[in-house]
Ligand binder design. Structure first.
Ligand code: THU
Length: 143
């Protein structure tokens, strides 16, 4: 049986998907991120006529939460009408890793198919701020 809290997050992502602005791809995505204390922030994909300025649903949800002061996340759900289930794109994997760290990722579709994946499966050997720690200052860097 699916955990009630997980279902609540999937429902929020599914509702956000209804707001998708995706006239170029017609690929509607909804996402929802849950904070450690149970608050949910949602996002949908928003496409630009330039294509390249399009923003994925996952990042919209994360930016919304971060810009409201949230810093600790435990789960993120992504809902797309596909089978197989759609995982976050590479750019979103990087952002999820940096800001949601080991959050559990829930993939779902409109037929209630669900899969739970861990960030370490999606982004093994990830790059993040830890690698910048001992970086020499720009003056010391050879040109
Ligand atoms: N998209 C997302 O919103 N999330 C993903 O992880 C995969 C891709 C969006 C971007 C674009 O609007 C559409 O799906 C097709 O790539």
């Amino acid at each position: 049986m699916k955990d009630q809290e997980i279902q609540r997050l999937i429902d929020a992502a599914r509702a956000a998907r209804d707001c998708s602005l995706s006239p170029f791809s017609n690929f509607c995505v909804g996402a929802a991120v849950e904070t450690e204390d149970g608050k949910i922030y949602t996002g949908c994909n928003i496409e630009s006529a330039s294509y390249g300025l399009t923003v994925c649903a996952e990042r919209v949800a994360i930016w919304k939460a971060l810009s409201e002061g949230e810093r600790n996340f435990k789960r993120l759900a992504v809902v797309v009408d596909t089978d197989p289930l759609t995982p976050p794109c590479g750019t979103c994997r990087q952002i999820i890793w940096e800001f949601c760290r080991n959050a559990t990722i829930i993939l779902a579709n409109l037929e209630d198919k669900t899969e739970i994946v861990e960030m370490r499966e999606l982004l093994p050997r990830a790059f993040d701020a830890r690698f910048l720690k001992d970086k020499k200052s720009d003056e010391e860097m050879p040109r």
